[in-house]
Design a protein. Structure first.
Length: 153
């Protein structure tokens, strides 16, 4: 069964907003900070942990990345000195990924750009009530989308 006109408009709007914001966010983060939105996502996930580290598998799950995708991302971040890897003492087989002091500094600088781009492209034309409503609607459409630290199933 095809989408109704309202369903199509909501779906198309979500896709266009997502694509436009992420494309510009990636461009600006690369230009101003030397890393893109995927690296930013890995670092922001690590900074939300009190220890600023996670097992690589957990980090991949939280970023919704495949094992090879998270490995490539962590390799690039480690080469840039933004993260460090160590053997996980809990199992001596897996890796722990930790945000470095330089990674934290660069992340904090990039957060200014991140917030500016999202405000410019998404929130500028919305009132405070609209923004609150949007958060409630995303949570209603997919419970956990807003409230959970991990990607909802």
């Amino acid at each position: 069964m095809p989408f109704s006109a309202d369903e199509f408009a909501a779906w198309r709007g979500m896709l266009r907003v997502h694509s436009t914001v992420f494309r510009e966010l990636d461009r600006r983060l690369q230009a101003e900070h030397g890393f893109g939105v995927d690296a930013y996502g890995v670092m922001i996930t690590l900074v939300t942990e009190p220890s600023r580290q996670l097992p690589i598998g957990t980090l991949g799950e939280r970023r919704n990345l495949s094992p090879s995708g998270i490995s490539r991302s962590v390799d690039r971040l480690t080469k840039a000195g933004l993260t460090a890897r160590a053997t996980n003492p809990d199992d001596r087989r897996s890796l722990l990924v930790r945000l470095t002091p330089d990674g934290l500094k660069r992340l904090r600088e990039a957060q200014v750009t991140h917030h500016q781009v999202v405000r410019e492209l998404m929130f500028l034309r919305l009132g405070d009530g609209d923004v609150r409503s949007l958060g409630r609607l995303w949570e209603k459409a997919m419970p956990g989308a807003v409230s959970s630290h991990t990607w909802p199933l």
